[in-house]
Design a protein around this ligand. Structure first.
Ligand code: SAM
Length: 373
């Protein structure tokens, strides 16, 4: 069988990546458009690739442009002002002597673009362009921005870059990492030097400092990275979650999603749980992952319960946030509460009758959950 070149054809796992991005963009545009106060949206796709692949599959820039035009037409021909950057420093693997980003521009020209949407094409190194993108969104009043970081590897990426992108409180980041590859070399890179080990070592040292744990599996590696990202971004009030795509044991990609926007975060969790209703972990191509059969909710049950028990009472807002911070939706928190309903009482803090748990975004109700004595 002829093997397919992953550089000239977008493979199934990459398609799943891009599909998730497309879904999120439409939610993102909707939320920001309805919010009213956002005067400009920035989208920075800094490793944008070829645009269109040999197998005719659309890459991230095309998906973004289509998402923009769809939003415009389904919202009475309107969309907030927008600036979109497509960047890639590579030469095409499909067309001789042409930059990838020039191919993106050629295809992009044929997609309808509202007049208040500005699209720029760049051929810079990621390292040089991302600080400029941060400055631009930081200096623009009432702006919001989304960084889409989809490198083949991880060599160019430092955890501190992600922090810098998020510091202005206006941005969200989608970061894809090739987990199987990183996990395979993680232990050896930390314990001894070998050619090429330096970037991975720097990446892990930056996240874990001196106390680098050992990793039991690629999935444990993801959980530990996520935990460190969460801890290191807590002061910025950033939610972090992951979404995993596994093609086979040596091809595991993980999306790390960073946002301070609770509504957007909840939407990503919804998308994730809808793709994988029993675990909310991600998309397993060929369903090879029977390893993770026990439902993750059982772990959440204990976690939520300790959170409730650790103080006199918890409010509905606290429980809603606690679920999200741990990657669970209001329906999961509700399910755990229902299962244990004889063990606590719900008290209104706003002098209104209590008829539920009110675990939801922006609930107008204030209730407290108190353990039964
Ligand atoms: C996984 S591909 C991106 C795929 C793209 N998101 C899509 O949907 O088609 C990674 C891209 O990053 C580019 N690249 C790698 N290192 C880079 C760097 N340091 N600066 C800018 N672009 C880089 C490569 O040329 C390659 O096209």
């Amino acid at each position: 069988m002829k093997s397919i070149n992953p550089k000239t054809n977008l493979l199934e796992h990459s398609e799943a990546k891009i599909a998730l991005y497309g879904r999120y963009l439409s939610v993102y545009f909707n939320i920001l458009h309805r919010a009213g106060f956002v005067k400009r949206i920035f989208v920075f796709d800094l490793f944008c690739g070829e645009g269109l692949y040999e197998n005719n599959v659309k890459g991230s820039p095309i998906i973004a442009l289509e998402s923009i035009s769809r939003h415009y037409f389904s919202n009475n021909n309107s969309i907030p002002d927008m600036t979109v950057w497509f960047n890639d420093n590579g030469i095409s693997e499909i067309e001789d002597g042409v930059y990838k980003v020039d191919r993106v521009e050629k295809v992009g020209k044929n997609i309808f673009k509202p007049s208040n949407v500005k699209v720029e094409y760049h051929k810079e190194n990621y390292e040089d362009i991302y600080p400029k993108a941060i400055d631009l969104v930081s200096q623009t009043r009432d702006a919001k921005g989304l960084f889409f970081i989809d490198p083949f590897g991880y060599k160019a990426i430092k955890p501190d870059d992600i922090r810098r992108m998020l510091e202005n409180g206006k941005t969200e980041v989608f970061l894809w990492l090739p987990i199987a590859h990183m996990y395979r070399f993680a232990d050896s890179a930390l314990r001894s030097d070998f050619p090429g080990s330096e970037p991975l070592k720097l990446f892990l040292n930056e996240l874990f400092g001196k106390s680098i744990p050992s990793f039991q599996s690629a999935y444990d590696f993801i959980e530990q990275l996520k935990g460190r990202f969460r801890a290191s971004l807590k002061d910025l009030r950033i939610f972090v979650d992951t979404f995993t795509i596994e093609r086979d044991a040596s091809n595991i990609y993980c999306l790390f999603f960073f946002t301070g926007n609770i509504r957007g975060y909840e939407k990503v969790l919804e998308a994730k749980w809808s793709v994988d209703p029993s675990h909310g972990k991600g998309h397993t191509i060929e369903k090879t992952l029977s390893l993770f059969d026990e439902t993750e909710l059982s772990g959440y049950h204990d976690k939520l319960w300790s959170f409730l028990e650790s103080t006199e009472y918890r409010t509905n807002t606290e429980l809603h946030l606690f679920g999200l911070e741990n990657g669970f939706l209001p329906k999961h928190t509700n399910a755990v509460l229902k299962k244990n309903k004889s063990k606590f009482e719900v008290v209104g803090l706003d002098n209104k009758p209590v008829r539920g748990y009110y675990i939801e975004y922006n609930s107008e109700r204030r209730v407290a959950f108190r353990l039964a004595k």
